[in-house]
Design a protein around this ligand. Sequence first.
Ligand code: NIG
Ligand code: FE
Length: 441
Amino acid sequence: MNSNRKLESQLSSALLLINIGELLTLRSQIKSGPRRGADLKELGTINNGAVLCLGGKITSVGTTKDALSDPWLKKNRKKITEIDCANKVVVPGLVDSHTHPVFISPRLVDFQKRIEGASYEEIAAAGGGIRSSLKGVRQAAKSALVDKVLAKLREMAAHGTTTVEAKSGYGLTLESEFKSLEAIHKAASQWPGTVISTLLGAHVVPKEFQGRSQDYVEIVCKEMIPQTARRKLADFVDVFCEKGAFTSAETEQIFEAAEQHGLKVRAHMCQLSETRLQPFLRFKPASFDHMDHVSDQDIAELAKHDTVATLVPGANYFLGLKEYPRARKMIDAGVPVALATDYNPGTSPTLSMPMAMSLASTHMKMTPAEAIAAATINGAWALRLADRKGSIEAGKDADFAVFAVNDHREIPYWFGANRCETTIMGGAITPHHSDVIRLRN
Ligand code: NIG
Ligand code: FE
């Protein structure tokens, strides 16, 4: 391509966000790992900011004044798509690092039973819970699963999410787990954001293996994981390590198989009861998720590692629990903390990261600034994607969420309403919620 044509094509994909009331860059001096302690609240704010993007990447970040005095921009500005972000807050595209979007039906019977007093564990023991979502996925055509996942990815984007981790885990046969992962890939290929896929074949022991959990674990380790790796269907392997699901020994066995086949690991940990975490750290898990029942000793241990504690307060809210994970204790001890929705039909049917951030502020005493960092840069770390995602810095992907608010604290403040006005993924604009704009005028 000659240099003129190259410049023309670059300009046609160029994007300038300008006059940004609060530009939260989340840039950091510390490059060596996820945010911890006092660094979690450092938003790297630029008032009246501007961001220039070319070819889906961020090329420069600074003030509007500096951008407008740039000779190159002065010359080419008319050819560049521009978004005026006056009186708005722009954040890095939100990273939802824990979701279970491959299911067919909402679990309304469980919902009703819980309202009437049953617990999550009681409902699962009586045949509800995860096992009751299996039939729908096993019987579904792959195209039906693709439609479900794609619809949710689009809805997530409307709430500011641009990177999503999506798990299988409601099939629990070889065929239905692969079908679920393929559906994630197919949906992802039709969405401009970024999707990381996770095999959660070890979600629960399916009924046909009742009393023979070791036989099921063998299938996970010797068939599901190797085939998933060979077919490049997932980046991560996840395990629900809990009473009634998989033991610590089984989790280690599954992690070993994942490691052997070159897949990274993460796990649902300490959701309903305490599990010792230290023995798993040798696998360098990217993340331990839920973390409601973690000992002080493990909190001190985690502070020395890059395994992120991903908190999912939507699950606590939806299960009607009084207790939430000890976010304050973890942050103050130096544990890197991320936030995610845990979008799933049983415990957290929300796909709104701003809702998760609001719950983090009101129930876990995370400040709005900490919640924003946990939902962006530390979410990116929890997916081991921080070289591309989670902050607004030159060289990173052009992923942004534009909120129709004046102050970043309004993002968790207006709970239950969507104030995200525009989402940008790889430099591509998805506008939505024109009603938000009207509301402000
Ligand atoms: O993250 N805890 C295990 N998995 C999900 C719940 C799945 C379900 O109930 O369907 C969770 O909460
Ligand atoms: Fe989960």
